[in-house]
Design a protein around this ligand. Structure first.
Ligand SMILES: [Zn+2]
Length: 103
């Protein structure tokens, strides 16, 4: 059942939809909406592990590993370039750094 491609497709679709909802809630910036946003991220993570589907790169790269919030540059994270090492540093407001490599 879990290897059914349609089930996996629906799981990916749900992860993407939860990511959209979480981003929208994060942008509102209120305390209650931030709590909702983190809840959506938790649900997306559990869907990903339950159905063994990989989160899309765009989704995976914008979730903070420390606090589980959606990283939005200029709102709750700072962005720097480590050009000699060829990666982008996302510094979350909780203090966690995320490194994303580029070519
Ligand atoms: Zn964080």
């Amino acid at each position: 059942m879990q290897k059914d491609p349609i089930v996996r497709e629906v799981a990916t679709w749900r992860i993407q939809r939860l990511f959209e909802l979480a981003s929208a809630e994060t942008r509102k910036g209120e305390k209650e909406s931030l709590r909702l946003s983190k809840r959506y991220v938790r649900i997306a993570k559990s869907i990903s592990s339950h159905y063994k589907v990989r989160m899309p790169d765009k989704v995976r790269n914008s979730i903070c590993k420390g606090c589980g919030s959606i990283l939005i540059p200029g709102l709750n994270c700072k962005v720097r370039l480590a050009s000699s090492k060829r990666y982008i540093i996302y510094l979350c407001s909780c203090g966690e750094e995320k490194h994303i490599f580029y070519k």
